[in-house]
Design a protein around this ligand. Structure first.
Ligand SMILES: Nc1ncnc2c1ncn2[C@@H]1O[C@H](COP(=O)(O)OP(=O)(O)OP(=O)(O)O)[C@@H](O)[C@H]1O
Ligand SMILES: Nc1nc2c(ncn2[C@@H]2O[C@H](COP(=O)(O)O)[C@@H](O)[C@H]2O)c(=O)[nH]1
Length: 269
């Protein structure tokens, strides 16, 4: 049912030519479009429109995922990337913290020195930056562009101060997801269980968690709060929210990603 609806709307919205270009079937509001054929079933659309005389990209809205350290953001995102590898791309942040065992430079983070980070900030390379648990973190413009140039939905895993900076700017216009832990006690149990933090780092993260939860669960600050008590349920809630939002954007012809459809077929039919 869902598959048919989605495909039906795609066919109506786009006429895709075999040489990789296309003409919009019914919409003329975009100054230019192009379609990239990625595989037999997957087409990614990037559209550009003119707003106030400037060319701005009308791509899929990025997804920002936020929540206290240990609330389960990375765990949920891992599942999302596994299920939809062609649809979502991770914005690789910069950080001055040391890599954990298994973390790779350029994949999990760009691990840099404080001097390198400060120099990049001065050069205006970041969309947002924050200090968290004694370390610097930041989303570079390049990190987001790298994902967007692949035609994927850009996913940012960032803390609250970064979210506030993005909210206060007209950059990105992301969907905002807050991952809420069951309780501070359970958060501590999960963080300790992860065995990545020193006692000092753990205490800093727990101290910050209370205010993060207060902000994150206050009405209007996020588009959705995903309650991560049970991982399976939390992932289903996150996935449902995202799929609904992408379908809504697709309905508005902001963009379209058929790889979601492919994945639905694989996973749900
Ligand atoms: N619903 C859950 N039930 C039990 N354990 C969970 C659940 N969700 C995540 N965890 C575990 O909690 C720990 C913290 O999760 P995760 O690393 O995903 O948190 P995070 O929000 O990404 O933290 P950080 O911001 O520090 O990167 C991990 O060991 C993970 O396996
Ligand atoms: N404001 C930003 N916050 C970021 C960024 N990258 C990660 N983070 C957040 O930092 C904490 C700690 O992460 P950890 O990997 O050290 O456990 C966590 O809340 C992340 O969401 C960023 O670029 N900007």
């Amino acid at each position: 049912m869902l598959l048919n609806n989605v495909l039906g709307r795609t066919v109506a919205a786009l006429r895709i030519c075999t040489n990789g270009t296309h003409a919009p079937a019914s919409r003329t509001t975009f100054a230019g479009h192009y379609v990239q054929r990625q595989s037999n079933r997957q087409y990614l659309v990037r559209a550009f429109s003119s707003v106030n005389g400037n060319m701005v990209k009308q791509g899929p809205r990025p997804l920002v995922i936020c929540g206290p350290s240990g609330s389960g953001k990375s765990t949920l995102l891992k599942k999302l990337f596994k299920e939809f590898p062609d649809t979502f791309g991770f914005s690789v942040s910069h950080t001055t913290r040391k890599p954990r065992p298994g973390e790779e430079n350029g994949i999990h983070y760009h691990f840099v020195s404080v001097e390198e980070m400060q120099s990049a900030i001065e050069k205006g390379e970041f969309i947002e930056t924050a200090v968290f648990s004694g370390n610097m973190y930041g989303t570079s413009k390049k990190a987001v562009e790298n994902v967007q140039h692949q035609g994927k939905v850009c996913v940012l895993d960032i803390e609250i101060e970064g979210v506030k900076q993005i909210r206060n700017s007209d950059r990105l216009n992301p969907l905002l997801v807050f991952v809420n832990p069951p309780s501070i006690g359970e958060l501590e149990r999960r963080l300790r269980g992860r065995q990545t933090e020193t006692e000092e780092s753990l205490q800093k993260r727990l101290n910050t968690a209370r205010s993060e939860i207060e902000y994150g669960t206050s009405p209007g600050n996020f588009d959705v709060v995903v309650q991560n008590n049970n991982l399976k349920q939390a992932y289903e809630d996150l996935r449902n929210f995202i799929v609904h939002e992408l379908e809504t954007q697709q309905g508005q012809d902001v963009f379209f990603v058929t790889s979601l459809v492919s994945n639905y077929k694989t996973h749900e039919v």
